[in-house]
Design a protein around this ligand. Structure first.
Ligand code: NAI
Ligand code: MG
Length: 338
């Protein structure tokens, strides 16, 4: 089948790593027609708008996006295009797998395979914040957790676990202190769990969870949690498998999905053909799964694993002594596909 997909190359290392992912998708024989659009800094410079209408129109048409990282100015300038896109298309799931790859240095663990499902729109990321008076003597933020928002992320996590034959789902919360917001999320989890007797369900309080994940991550399989805890735990999980270089992420809603690397635009190494494209390639693998292109997804993931395990053609962040460029690494993955 021919897929029509929106491509946002992004800035910094974005254009280099998206080029790599596209080359590998082509080599795997996946038929994709790309609608290439600009967002973020590149769009601001060209069209004076970090999120042009053209981008929104393209996503509304294709409903699937492969996206390079976008630089977000800190404390000033335009607000995060990433957050705006999540809101615009109601991408309520942030799915972040953390998996060990042979050849990637990890401190203590050698066969981790976790998936974190983070609620992506509610709670402390709604941006409802203010100072309570003009002297800034106190500030307040409002975190709203809704039944609808909780139900759909928890159900998504259960459905994914069921479909992919995963064994267990752990719900992470702080319901002992946040009795209403955390309590509602936990109660809904317990209700929905009854519909999935084949999946083992338990819950953990966030602080204990952070300790348990570092001491014995093997006890976990799938994890579902609210926005802020999910943000932090998913970075912790990527640390368990050797950092951001191999961490993909998907933002998924009922009518659209955006696949991207977890890392940012890496301005310090942009334009040098040395970035590791693996995280974006793995995001493309998640996209293929989403599109039902399972064979191509498995093929690409295997070729990537093999190339990294061999340690002959890898980027500098993977092997400081013996490394090749982004394009040579890409070519090695393409050869491994055959
Ligand atoms: P970063 O992830 O861009 O870089 C952190 C460090 O990791 C840097 O030393 C960088 O060289 C290295 N690195 C990252 N990706 C790499 C790769 N593929 N290969 C080799 N090395 C890699 O984080 P930073 O510097 O905090 O953010 C830079 C910009 O990216 C900021 O404007 C930030 O807002 C944006 N950002 C965008 C994201 C997105 O579009 N989804 C996500 C995270 C950050
Ligand atoms: Mg984060």
């Amino acid at each position: 089948m021919n897929h029509r997909i929106t491509l946002i190359p992004g800035d910094g290392i974005g254009p280099e790593i998206t080029k790599s992912a596209i080359k590998i998708l082509n080599a795997a024989g996946v038929k994709i027609e790309w609608e290439v659009v600009e967002a973020g800094l590149t769009a601001l410079e060209k069209y004076r708008d970090p999120l042009p209408q053209e981008v929104l129109d393209s996503i509304s048409r294709t409903k699937v996006v492969l996206k390079g990282p976008l630089t977000t100015p800190i404390g000033k300038g335009f607000r995060s295009v990433n957050v705006a896109l999540r809101k615009e298309f109601e991408l309520y799931v942030n799915q972040r797998p953390a998996k060990t790859f042979k050849g990637i240095k990890s401190l203590y663990f050698d066969h981790i395979d976790l998936i974190i499902f983070r609620e992506n729109l509610e709670e402390f990321y709604s941006g409802i914040e203010h100072y309570i008076d003009s002297s800034r003597s106190a500030a307040e933020t409002i975190g709203i957790v809704t039944r609808r928002g909780s139900e759909r992320i928890i159900r998504y996590a259960f459905e994914h676990a069921k479909k992919h034959k995963r064994k267990k789902l752990t719900l992470v919360h702080k319901a002992n202190i946040l009795k209403y917001t955390g309590g509602l999320f936990l109660d809904i989890g317990e209700e929905i769990a009854k519909e999935y007797p084949e999946i083992k369900f338990d819950d953990k309080i966030i602080d204990n969870m952070a300790m348990q994940m570092v001491m014995n991550p093997y006890q976990f399989d799938c994890i579902v949690t609210t926005n802020l805890f999910g943000d932090i735990l998913s970075d912790l999980a990527s640390g368990l498998v050797g950092g951001l270089g191999m961490a993909p992420g998907a933002n998924i809603g009922d009518s659209a999905a955006i696949f991207e690397a977890v890392h940012g635009s890496a301005p310090d190494i942009a334009g040098q053909n040395i970035a590791n494209p693996s995280a974006l390639i793995l995001a493309a693998v998640m996209m293929l799964d989403y599109l039902g292109e399972f064979d191509a997804a498995i093929k690409i993931e295997r070729a990537l694993s093999k190339t990294i395990a061999e340690q002959i053609h890898v980027t500098r962040d993977i092997n400081k002594e013996n490394y090749v460029s982004t394009s040579e690494f890409t070519d090695a993955v393409c050869r491994a596909l055959e």
